[in-house]
Design a protein around this ligand. Structure first.
Ligand SMILES: [Zn+2]
Length: 351
């Protein structure tokens, strides 16, 4: 019976502690708490045994008491005690499991709240990759279409420019080291672009740049002393550090141009498709005899309008036939960015 009382007391104290969700378990095992509870429990616990006693008295009244019956009553009591302690143990196990689950859930919720507080809300921005040469997606709005293109409207080293008031100096000649190369042609929706296999270089200002691609604009984007040309070829080069250098070749009406004809012959039938012919193309054929040039620091003339681009604009225009010009104009009648402010940039030119 003593064991039973102790178990009940333990159970009651534990239940109280769990119910109030007090995290400190010290209270459960303190002796005074158990002691103060014990008398009231004893009263409750005595009741069933008193009832059992009266039952047994009644039983003894109807039949004479024997040793055997007393023994079996003790055994029953012991069995009842054992069953009760098993039930209490099971109940305690369930309560402990529930408590552990609650604690885990609270910790998880706290963690989620902390993560949510630390994560900034997503910034909603209008972002598109579509641009064109006129209308809402035209050059005046490029900087607003995509935050990555902010330079198109905020930059102060933008291209193209009207090249004038150049400083005439002894400019080092550009060394062209081009050779017949395999190539492919893409109509990328903004221009016709020719990608070349590696191995074509220019050297200027002691830096070597490799030719990556060339493409066309109509009319010419840059002007020289206010004068524009019917078309321009941009030969885009990159050095080992990723710096860009663009050679601009002005195109005027005249004799057919071999390299341009080879490109036109291999135009893909559909936009965004690439034609990879098995022949080679020699970009050297396009380079004019006279190597005088203008140079200034500018930008890409299409989004993202990145600055830090070295521009090398050849003074002598290159000829292309009216038929060759007409063919391009059927694809792109106008694919030129307007002239950008010079913003006091230095322009140097060969003397
Ligand atoms: Zn270009």
């Amino acid at each position: 019976m003593r064991t039973l009382i102790a178990l009940m007391a333990c159970c009651f104290v534990s239940a109280t502690a769990y119910a109030s969700e007090t995290p400190a378990p010290a209270k459960i095992s303190t002796a005074p708490a158990g002691a103060s509870i014990r008398p009231s429990l004893q009263t409750k616990i005595n009741k069933p045994s008193a009832a059992a006693a009266s039952e047994s008295a009644a039983a003894s009244a109807s039949a004479p008491a024997s040793r055997a019956s007393a023994k079996s009553e003790r055994e029953r009591e012991e069995q009842a005690e054992a069953e009760l302690s098993a039930k209490i143990a099971a109940r305690l196990a369930i309560m402990r499991a529930n408590q552990a689950a609650r604690v885990a859930q609270q910790a998880k919720a706290k963690k989620a709240a902390a993560v949510a507080a630390a994560t900034p809300p997503p910034v909603v921005q209008f972002r598109s990759n579509h641009w064109s040469y006129e209308g809402e997606t035209g050059p005046a709005n490029w900087g607003r279409i995509n935050p990555d293109w902010a330079k198109c409207s905020m930059g102060n080293r933008q291209s193209p420019i009207d090249i004038r008031d150049g400083m005439k100096v002894e400019l080092e000649q550009i060394t062209f080291d081009y050779k017949p190369s395999s190539f492919n042609v893409t109509d990328n929706g903004h221009t016709v672009q020719v990608q070349l296999s590696g191995g074509n270089f220019i050297t200027v200002q002691n830096r070597m740049y490799e030719l990556i691609q060339f493409h066309f604009h109509r009319p010419s984007e840059e002007r020289i002393n206010g004068k524009g040309y019917e078309m321009v070829v941009h030969l885009v080069h990159k050095d080992g550090q990723g710096n860009l250098a663009v050679v601009a070749l002005m195109l005027e009406r005249g004799k057919p141009q071999n390299t341009i004809q080879t490109v036109w012959n291999n135009l893909p039938l559909e936009k965004l498709e690439t034609m990879a012919p098995s022949i080679v193309l020699d970009p050297m054929e396009m380079i004019p005899q006279r190597r005088d040039y203008f140079t200034y620091m500018g930008s890409l003339t299409t989004p993202p309008c990145s600055e830090g681009v070295l521009w090398l604009v050849m003074k002598e225009p290159v000829q292309a036939s009216p038929a060759q010009m007409a063919l391009f104009s059927r694809l792109y009648p106008m694919n030129s960015r307007p002239i950008q402010p010079g913003s006091g940039r230095m322009i140097k030119e060969s003397n």
